[in-house]
Design a protein around this ligand. Structure first.
Ligand code: UDX
Length: 437
């Protein structure tokens, strides 16, 4: 078992630290934010992620996992150091803001002991690992090994994706360096997880290429959703049919209000910005269109609301789901929030419900009224919008809601509610890219 430090306890770092402790490694996780560190140390997560709370508590109890806000404490007590800091978007250019990466590398360098290993997991523009490697060779002890090991975890499945990833990608400057990380992940590798050892640039690009491809799939099907609406076709049947072709695959072809969250939107913008810097503007221009189609979904849903309600001013609109996806309380770049805000600007009375995201919502958007009961959110609604496909909403019995609302109409922004169930309870259901009834 290895002594590990994890630098940065955001979504990625916290999950990585708890998962590595669950594999038996001795983990110390560092963050500058002392409030967060205190929270983790007392066994509490600052965000919702299925299964992670139990791993955190178990790690602390077993003594395998601890948290610190002193970098020297984390580094000096460990042999391998994982960089998990954030790379948010620079708002004007869309490029990745590398200030946290630069600060982490510069602060770590003088603390690293000879021969130790640093593993970068953050999503970074191509070229960053080479810069970090050069920096360590000039400012740190001798023979530091740097490996770039991008993370592919999905929120809602973060624990599973960390412990059982589809693949492990290791970018190295010297192929023999990868064995340190392969030892750390040995239990995962033993069950057959493919390991791809490559150069830094390829490893960095694998991550952004994967996210760009997923974003492209979603916008591709959403473009067809628009076309289906014009000609009266059904985008879900279309996706099912093309998805049977194993070269295409059905996953990530769910049309609706599009993608949000802390990764896909920012990663396609950062990729485009980096490609522009490298003289590849033409080749990556399509990502602009992917982004444009995606943000257009939000406007399209607001238009559908106007078609249903006429003037939305003073109308009661209930929103089911504000997290950017189910099984997460993350509302970063959530399509539902953007839709709620636009409707509020137009004078609608919005009440939102979400099983997990309301606490964060009230902190970040106190102007958005919410209710922790579906029934209360729907009371006197002129229209209901289903915007995040939580399991709880799939299981709603519409007959139980019928008497609460003024008008039995629901727009299903995720295209998954069962038409017959809602119709037979007297509701009109409107989809995006599928005939309504
Ligand atoms: C994504 C990548 O999937 C993950 O590999 C990477 O490490 C981080 O970014 P995540 O942001 O957690 O993960 O969410 P994901 O499951 O990819 O969904 C992103 C968005 O796309 C969500 O808003 C989701 O609702 C939307 N989506 C997804 C669709 O609109 N249609 C689909 O078919 C699939």
């Amino acid at each position: 078992m290895t002594r590990l430090s994890v630098i940065g306890t955001g979504y990625l770092g916290a999950t990585h630290a708890a998962c590595m402790a669950s594999l038996g490694h001795d983990v110390v996780a560092f963050d500058l934010d002392s409030e967060k560190i205190a929270k983790f140390s007392s066994g509490n997560l600052p965000f919702f992620e299925p299964g992670l709370s139990d791993l955190l508590k178990a790690g602390i109890k077993s003594g395998k996992l601890r948290f610190t806000n002193e970098l020297a404490d984390a580094i000096s007590n460990s042999e391998v150091h994982f960089i998990c800091v954030g790379t948010p978007q620079v708002s004007e250019s869309g490029a990745a803001d590398l200030s946290q990466i630069h600060s982490a590398v510069k602060a770590m360098a003088p603390l690293l002991s000879e021969g130790s290993t640093v593993v970068g997991k953050s999503t970074v523009p191509v070229g960053t690992a080479s810069w970090a490697n050069q920096y360590f060779s000039e400012h740190a002890a001798q023979n530091i090994k740097l490996i770039w090991n991008p993370e592919f975890l999905r929120e809602g499945f973060a624990v599973k994706d960390t412990l059982h990833p589809d693949r492990i990608v290791l970018g190295v400057s010297n192929t023999s360096d990868s064995s340190v990380v392969e030892d750390i992940y040995s239990s995962t590798i033993q069950i057959g997880t493919p390991v791809i050892v490559t150069d830094y640039a390829t490893a960095e690009l694998v991550k952004v290429a994967a996210n760009a491809f997923l974003a492209t799939k979603i916008s591709f099907i959403n473009a067809f959703a628009d076309l289906c609406d014009v000609v009266g076709a059904d985008v879900t049947t279309l996706a099912d049919a093309i998805g049977h072709d194993t070269r295409i695959g059905r996953r990530f072809l769910n049309a609706g209000i599009g993608f949000g969250g802390g990764c896909l939107p920012k990663d396609i913008r950062a990729l485009q910005a980096r490609a522009n810097e490298l003289g590849m503007k033409d080749q990556f221009e399509f990502l602009n269109q992917i982004d444009h189609i995606n943000t257009g979904r939000r406007s399209y849903l607001v238009q559908q609301v106007a078609i249903e309600l006429g003037d939305v001013k003073s109308k009661n609109v209930a929103i089911l789901g504000v997290a950017f996806k189910p099984d997460s309380d993350d509302i970063r770049d959530s399509p539902a929030i953007s839709i709620a805000k636009r409707l509020i600007e137009q004078g609608a009375n919005i009440t939102v419900h979400d099983p997990e995201a309301l606490q964060i919502l009230s902190k970040i958007h106190p102007e958005i009224k919410s209710s922790d009961k579906v029934e209360d959110a729907l009371a006197n609604a002129d229209l209901v919008l289903h915007l995040t496909e939580w399991q709880q909403y799939r299981e709603i019995e519409p007959t139980k809601l019928s008497k609460l609302v003024k008008t039995r109409t629901i727009i299903d922004g995720r295209n998954i509610l069962d038409r017959d169930t809602w119709n037979s309870a007297g509701w009109k259901i409107i989809y995006l890219g599928r005939p309504s009834s």
